[in-house]
Design a protein around this ligand. Structure first.
Ligand SMILES: *Cc1c(COP(=O)(O)O)cnc(C)c1O
Length: 347
C-alpha cells in the first residue's frame, strides 16, 4: 500500500447513481436524466461525424463549440471553456485553486462529489448546513477558503438562489464562488450575468440534463479570461472528442427543440408536485428537473424499496438530513402518472 498516497487509500470514492443493466424495464427517475431524446439535429450531426475523420484528433481548442456557447450566453469566447462533463470542471477548479491542506467549502445537502474531489486533492473541507427553507447556517461574514461551491438550484432539494443573494455571498468570499448551475435551465433565474460584475464568480453548466446529453459528457464554464486560461492549462488537451464537439454545436443551435423539452419537463414537475401534495406528501418547491418528496411517515427508505420492487427507480440518501424523503427525477407525463399511481398503491 505504500505505493499510494494515504488520502487515496483512505477515501471511499464517489458512488454514482445506479444504472441498471436492464435499463428498458425500469421507470428510471434516479439520476435526473432528461426523458426526451436529444435534438434530431444532434443525432444527425453525430452520424455525419462518424466517418474517416475519426482517425484525426479533434480540435483541441474546441473553437466551434466555444463560439456557439459564447454567442448563446452573450460572452466573448475567451470567457468560455468546455469540458468532458461539468464534473471535469469541478475537478480542475479544485486543482487550480486549492493546494494540499487548503480549504474549500460547500453546503450540506448539495452535490457530494465536491467532497470526493477535495479528498483526491488533499484539500480540507468545510461544510455549512442548509435548511429546507434556504438558510445557510453559520456562513461567516468573510469566508477565507479558496473555493465555495454553491449548487443552484440545489441538489437534491431543488431550491434556487436569486442573483442578488448569490452576489451578496460572492462579496463574503475571499476565494472563488463556483455557482454549479447544472439545473439552471429549469429555473426562473440564473447567475450568468453576475460573472460580468463579480470577479470571483464562475458559473458551470452541463448539457447532461437540460439538453438530454448525459451520455455525451459535455459541460462548460463561464468566467473571467484569467480563470479560464488557468483552467485551460489543466484540462486534458483533447477533452472533447469529435463526436462531442459536433453534438455540442448542434444541441446549442437547436434552441427551439431545447425550449420545448424544458417547458414540458417544468409543466410535468409542477403538475406532479401538485398531485403528490394533494395525496399528503410534503414536496419542496423545485427549480430543477426533480422533486424532493417525503411521505407522511417520513420514511424515504420504505418509499424507495416499494418503488424499486415495482421497477420504479428513484434516489434515496441514507444521510440523516435526507432520509425522510426521496428525490424523484421528472420523466415524461406518462412516467409520472404511473409513478403517482404506484405511490398511491404504496400509501
Ligand atoms: C449532474 C450534475 C453535475 C455533473 O454534470 P456532468 O456534466 O454530467 O458531469 C454537476 N453538478 C451537479 C449538481 C449535478 O447534478
Amino acid at each position: 500500500m505504500s505505493y499510494l498516497r494515504k488520502n487515496i487509500v483512505d477515501m471511499a470514492g464517489y458512488v454514482p447513481g445506479f444504472q441498471p443493466p436492464d435499463e428498458a424495464e425500469w421507470v428510471k427517475l434516479n439520476t435526473n436524466e432528461n426523458p426526451y431524446p436529444p435534438s434530431p439535429k444532434v443525432i444527425e450531426a453525430i452520424r455525419q461525424a462518424t466517418g474517416d475523420d475519426l482517425r484525426k484528433y479533434p480540435d483541441a481548442a474546441c473553437r466551434e463549440g466555444r463560439k456557439a456557447a459564447a454567442e448563446l450566453y452573450g460572452y466573448p469566447v475567451d470567457w468560455v471553456i468546455m469540458a468532458n462533463g461539468s464534473d471535469e470542471l469541478l475537478n480542475n477548479l479544485i486543482r487550480a485553486c486549492a493546494g494540499e491542506g487548503e480549504e474549500i467549502a460547500f453546503l450540506h445537502p448539495s452535490y457530494s462529489y465536491y467532497a470526493t474531489l477535495a479528498q483526491v486533492q488533499g484539500a480540507t473541507v468545510k461544510i455549512y448546513p442548509l435548511t429546507e427553507d434556504c438558510e445557510i447556517v453559520g456562513f461567516p461574514a468573510r469566508y477565507p477558503g479558496k473555493l465555495f461551491f454553491l449548487t443552484s438550484p440545489n441538489a437534491p432539494l431543488g431550491l434556487n438562489w436569486s442573483p442578488d443573494e448569490v452576489a451578496a455571498l460572492a462579496d463574503r468570499c475571499d476565494g472563488l464562488l463556483v455557482v454549479d448551475e447544472a439545473y439552471a435551465d429549469f429555473a426562473g433565474s440564473n447567475c450568468l450575468e453576475l460573472v460580468k460584475t463579480k470577479p470571483n464568480v464562475i458559473v458551470t453548466r452541463t448539457l447532461s440534463k437540460s439538453y438530454s446529453l448525459a451520455g455525451m459528457r459535455l459541460g462548460l464554464a463561464i468566467a473571467r479570461p484569467d480563470i479560464i486560461a488557468a483552467l485551460d492549462k489543466i484540462r486534458d488537451h483533447y477533452n472533447l472528442d469529435r463526436l462531442a464537439q459536433v453534438a455540442l454545436v448542434a444541441a446549442l443551435g437547436d434552441q427551439e427543440y431545447f425550449g420545448e423539452c424544458v417547458a414540458r419537463i417544468c409543466a410535468t414537475r409542477d403538475w406532479f408536485r401538485h398531485e403528490l401534495t394533494r395525496f399528503g406528501y410534503t414536496v419542496l418547491p423545485s427549480s430543477a428537473n426533480y422533486l424532493f418528496a417525503s411521505s407522511p411517515d417520513r420514511n424515504g427508505q420504505r418509499i424507495y424499496d416499494a418503488l424499486y420492487q415495482r421497477k420504479v427507480l428513484v434516489r434515496y440518501f441514507s444521510d440523516p438530513v435526507l432520509a425522510h424523503g426521496v428525490r424523484i427525477s421528472i420523466g415524461t407525463r406518462e412516467e409520472m402518472e404511473s409513478t403517482l399511481s404506484v405511490l398511491k398503491e404504496i400509501g
